[in-house]
Design a protein around this ligand. Structure first.
Ligand code: PBG
Length: 330
């Protein structure tokens, strides 16, 4: 009888040796918690994202406290703009007393050590739900939008944002924002570029959460977000954003795009973040609520897989749960 020369199962036999050879270890340090902030008092549940709510600035401070206690390094803020504050030119985006700006100031005042990341894009503020300014044909104008994004990013930086995160996919916006930050004495403000952001159908629940779904209607974002079929183009996007001064790059969504994450990390070695988006969260939640999947095991497996693919950190709506599970297990 012939026996195997190598028995890989030997190291898998016991927990101690499995732990010793584990290559990827997920910790709270890897997590960024996205939070939806709205004007009304209290919390408001989001139907397509069970367990996630829109919160007031006051409630946001409770969220920040919970995240800090769990040693989550940073929050990413997403304001929900009241319909009457939306406009064609998205002027509310750079209102120094706007919701995003007030939310940033509130957190930085109470929890100065907690990283605050703001979303730079116009979709919460436009009546048409696009991430930029549109011409008469509804086409998103690149250079006019970049000027608006610069004003928005500067306003966030002045409010105290540690990281501005352009999620709009305009050409040249990273360089323009970097120049403006440098000239305005915000040399320490980091830029997390949504570099490889795909025109994905997995953003549906997010658009419900911020109320841009109804504004957008049947329109899509394919003239600026990337075609899910493309990989080489993602590398070109990342290369440009790094050359223009991005400190971190992002691939978004997560699980369906892990090949892109690996290629980006291998090609550039830059801090590479992944957004496990609303639709990915909703799929796991729905299956778990039906008793079809084990929520904790599947969530931790998905997050570990994203890290294994090359991500340095993950934006995830499951950040608080994951950090608690990791703490309980530790
Ligand atoms: C918009 C923005 C989107 C997300 C983050 N910023 C949606 C979009 O591009 O339509 C999606 C996040 C998610 O689905 O969780 N600038």
């Amino acid at each position: 009888m012939a026996y195997p020369d190598t028995r890989l199962r030997r190291m898998r036999r016991d927990d101690f040796s499995r732990r010793l050879m584990r290559e990827t270890v997920l910790t709270a340090d890897d997590l960024i918690y996205p939070v939806f902030v709205h004007e009304p008092a209290g919390r408001e549940a989001i139907a397509s994202m069970p367990g996630v709510a829109r919160v007031s600035v006051e409630e946001l401070l409770r969220v920040a406290e919970a995240a800090s206690e769990l040693r989550i390094p940073a929050l990413a803020l997403f304001p929900v703009t009241a319909p009457e504050a939306k406009s064609r030119d998205a002027a509310a985006a750079w209102d120094d007393d706007g919701l995003a700006q007030r939310a940033v100031r509130a957190i930085k005042q109470r929890f100065p050590q907690l990283g605050v990341i703001t979303d730079v894009a116009l979709d919460p503020y436009t009546t048409h739900g696009q991430d930029g300014l549109v011409d008469d044909d509804g086409y998103v104008m690149n250079d006019a939008t970049v000027e608006a994004l610069v004003r928005q990013a500067l306003s966030h930086a002045r409010a105290g944002a540690d990281v501005v995160a352009p999620s709009d996919m305009m050409d040249g916006r990273i360089g323009a924002i970097r120049d403006a930050l440098e000239s305005d004495a915000h040399v320490h403000t980091r830029i997390l570029a949504y570099s490889a952001k795909y025109a994905s159908a997995f953003y549906g629940p997010f658009r419900d959460a911020v109320g841009s779904a109804s504004a957008l209607g049947k329109a899509d974002k394919k003239t600026y977000q990337m075609d899910p079929a493309n990989a080489a183009e993602a590398l070109r996007e990342v290369e440009l954003d790094l050359a223009e001064g991005a400190d971190m790059v992002m691939v978004k969504p997560g699980l369906p795009y892990l090949d892109i994450v690996r290629q980006v990390k291998d090609a550039f070695g830059a801090p590479t973040f992944v957004y496990q988006v609303s639709g990915e969260y909703a799929m796991l939640k729905a299956a778990a609520q039906n008793g079809w999947l084990d929520e904790r095991a599947c969530t931790l497996e998905a997050l570990t897989s994203i890290k294994r693919a090359g991500a340095d950190a993950v934006l995830t709506y499951a950040a608080l749960d994951a950090a608690r599970w990791l703490k309980d297990a530790g």
